[in-house]
Design a protein around this ligand. Structure first.
Ligand code: S3P
Length: 191
């Protein structure tokens, strides 16, 4: 890992990957890649149409091929789609050459952020709040497995970017410490 290693933001839909990725890339003077936008350009159609006409497995294959391609480049800030964690090979390849950071947010905050969105086919089937809850439940272990985590709930873009940059600068040591702190009992447990 070095100063030109990619920074890859993963996390559930609505956790802020695109907004934070763009601001971070701007600060670091790096190119920003939003995987969803690029995949739509390559397919020549929006994601809901890829899902509807070609099926989710085709989208996941495109996502996988693109992850392999991006892992071979450097100096990028990458916002991955929320489902990138479903294939562990993606995280393995991204982690081999870059810093993977998982953004998270409270379910009601996610709902608020995605409520106006019509480009997320997985949230279009039934009640959005229920879909978020179910999908989060199904995927939680994938997101939790990423050592670097940043909670974006109730924070400004500036605060989140600073937090991500701090994690990135100290690399793995800080991430390991964060995990340890999360799993340790509180220093002064309540009586
Ligand atoms: C998906 C998340 C979306 C997009 C696609 C599938 C998912 O990206 O890749 O709709 O499976 O969580 P965002 O997380 O950017 O919304």
């Amino acid at each position: 890992m070095n100063s030109t290693s990619n920074i890859i933001l993963v996390g559930f839909m609505g956790t802020g990957k695109t907004t934070i990725g763009r601001a971070l890339a701007d600060q670091l003077k790096r190119d920003f890649v939003d995987m969803d936008i690029e995949l739509e350009a390559r397919a020549g159609k929006p994601i809901p149409r890829i899902f509807a006409e070609d099926g989710e497995p085709v989208f996941r294959r495109m996502e996988r091929d693109f992850a392999v391609e991006l892992s071979r480049r450097n100096n990028l800030v990458i916002a991955a789609g929320g489902g990138i964690v479903l294939n562990p090979d993606n995280i393995r390849d991204f982690s081999a050459t870059g810093h993977v950071i998982c953004l998270k947010a409270a379910p009601d905050e996610i709902l608020r952020r995605v409520s106006g969105s019509r480009h997320r086919p997985l949230l279009e089937q039934g009640d959005k709040a229920e879909r978020i809850q179910n999908l989060l439940q199904q995927r939680q272990h994938f997101y939790d497995a990423i050592p670097c985590q940043v909670n974006t709930t109730g924070k400004t873009v500036c605060e989140i970017v600073t937090e991500v940059r701090q994690l990135f600068h100290v690399g793995g040591a800080r991430c390991a410490a964060t995990v340890a702190a999360r799993s340790a009992p509180p220093a002064n447990p309540a009586p």
